[in-house]
Design a protein around this ligand. Structure first.
Ligand SMILES: Nc1ncnc2c1ncn2[C@@H]1O[C@H](COP(=O)(O)OP(=O)(O)OP(=O)(O)O)[C@@H](O)[C@H]1O
Length: 472
């Protein structure tokens, strides 16, 4: 079969190789080649059983299990140690969210799993409960590894893991709690090296760069690893800096035969193709399960999407007007990254300009906080602490805050600049509506020029939501 479809295949985030996946790319346990001249979308629309030996749960169950759900304890009983379940209850995790209800039985069955569910739906707790069901606190070896794209997300996952591992108020004397290490960019890895050598922690939460440093120097050993989680998997495969290390981690540093592999994200573009690649490249076992919750509604239903059209020069005053009329207690304003050209010309970053503007023009403004890539790790950590400790905030951020960051008090998102694609829109919007059992409305408002209307329309089509125009 001719490889004329190679340009299509190159665009898959999952296969960074420019080498086309040629006719030898056949179904597992099957010699019939896949139709290579199909478009990516057509491959996505294949019935999953036709292209994979994996299975998919969740899609047909949408909305049917919400009211008849067992408690988190009932779901986890016999798998997760009692002291962990007590801790979960102490911090308020009583009922499972929809994705936890769908994913936990699959996870406990030991099968590899791709978890795809809306932002803020509780994927983190789902995979952490699996981890606690598997690790043995008495064993001194790394038994579970969670890989995350950013330090901020790593700190958040570590916090939840440590909260579950902490001594339960009721069972204090009996339990042995397991150790959780955060191996994140920007940390002082010297201390971690001696920790890893003397007494390896049971659970490691790592960014890829720091992890690979330890693996390359053979300070960290994954021979006893039983669970590997890759969070925000589509982002990780899409990052040209990370993808080769990620593939090495999945196939060279560890093997699917010794571990259970979990991938999680709210967005997995061309998910059927991804599942296919998982099997072909041996990132997962062939019977990997796709838990896909709410596929027809990729964003939480409590989000209310709006847009305002204005000229480029009126964007500041439009934002000010919106802030004054909405009066949000806690909001995130997303600003595009500064172009290299603008940096070279010595211009101030757009985030700084906006903060300066709001400081001088917005009376009664909640605490103004900045979060962007160019800040050092300590400044970034300080910003997030400020936000969490304040009674209300306006966080001005670049897309560094768009993935995984959990600030449940956020009720309003403003796209001062439009995100670059629909996936980014979904993750920015998903920084609000993060209280799983609340129906309160949250608002996502994009400030656009008339020419940008069609871009937003494209996002609406792709993500199946409706955006209402605000007229001032
Ligand atoms: N069972 C539960 N009961 C109550 N709250 C929960 C439960 N599970 C998770 N949460 C809360 O829901 C919020 C979102 O959870 P989490 O960060 O895991 O979402 P996520 O699905 O990973 O989102 P994203 O895709 O944006 O990273 C958190 O504040 C978490 O504490």
């Amino acid at each position: 079969m001719a490889c004329s479809s190679a340009p299509h295949l190159r665009s898959f985030p999952w296969t960074s190789s420019t080498k086309p996946l040629c006719p030898s790319f056949t179904r597992p346990n099957c010699t019939v080649p896949l139709p290579f001249n199909r478009t990516n979308r057509m491959l996505d629309s294949l019935p999953i059983s036709a292209s994979l030996s994996s299975t998919c749960v969740g899609e047909s169950d949408v909305g049917t299990t919400k009211n008849t759900r067992s408690t988190l304890r009932e779901l986890c009983q016999g798998h997760v140690p009692d002291h962990v379940l007590r801790r979960a209850e102490e911090v308020g995790y009583i009922l499972p969210t929809h994705v936890q209800h769908e994913a936990l039985p699959v996870l406990f069955s030991g099968r590899d799993c791709v978890i795809q569910a809306q932002t803020g739906s509780g994927k983190t707790l789902a995979y952490l409960l699996l981890i606690f069901s598997v690790v043995n606190a008495k064993r001194s070896s790394v038994q579970a590894l969670v890989v995350v794209p950013t330090r901020e997300l790593g700190m958040q996952v570590t916090k939840v893991a440590r909260m579950l591992a902490a001594k339960s108020l009721e069972l204090e004397s009996e339990q042995q709690s397991c150790t959780v290490m955060a191996l994140l960019d920007g940390g002082t890895l010297r201390r971690h090296k001696s920790w890893l050598k003397v007494e390896p922690p049971a659970i490691v939460i790592a960014t890829l760069r720091s992890l690979c440093q330890m693996l390359d120097k053979q300070i960290l050993n994954l021979d006893r690893m039983r669970v590997l989680v890759i969070d925000e998997v589509d982002f990780m495969f899409n990052s040209s800096k990370e993808v080769s290390s990620l593939k090495k981690l999945l196939t060279t540093y560890s093997s699917i035969n010794n571990r259970q592999t979990i991938f999680a994200s709210a967005s997995i573009p061309q998910h059927r193709r991804f599942m296919y690649d998982c099997i072909q490249h041996k990132w997962t076992q062939a019977d990997v399960v796709h838990v896909h919750v709410n596929p027809v509604e990729p964003m939480p239903s409590c989000l209310y999407h709006r847009f305002v059209i204005c000229g480029k020069r009126e964007r500041y005053s439009t934002l000010l007007h919106l802030l004054q009329s909405d009066a949000p207690q806690s909001a995130i304003i997303f600003v595009g990254e500064q172009s290299e050209k603008s940096k070279k010309a010595g211009h101030a970053p757009p985030t700084t300009l906006l903060i300066e503007f709001l400081k001088t023009s917005h009376e009664g403004c909640p605490e103004l906080v900045l979060l962007e890539e160019d800040m050092n790790f300590n400044q970034r950590a300080a910003s997030l602490t400020d936000v969490k400790e304040s009674g209300g905030y306006l966080l001005v951020a670049t897309d560094i805050a768009a993935r995984g960051v959990d600030l449940p008090e956020t009720t309003h998102i403003y796209n001062f600049d439009l995100p670059k694609d629909a996936t980014n829109y979904l993750h920015r919007a998903g920084r609000t509506g993060r209280k799983p059992f609340s129906d309160s409305k949250c608002f996502v408002t994009s400030i656009i020029t008339a020419e940008e209307r069609f871009v937003l329309q494209r996002f609406e089509n792709e993500l199946q939501f409706q955006c209402e125009e605000l007229l001032f």
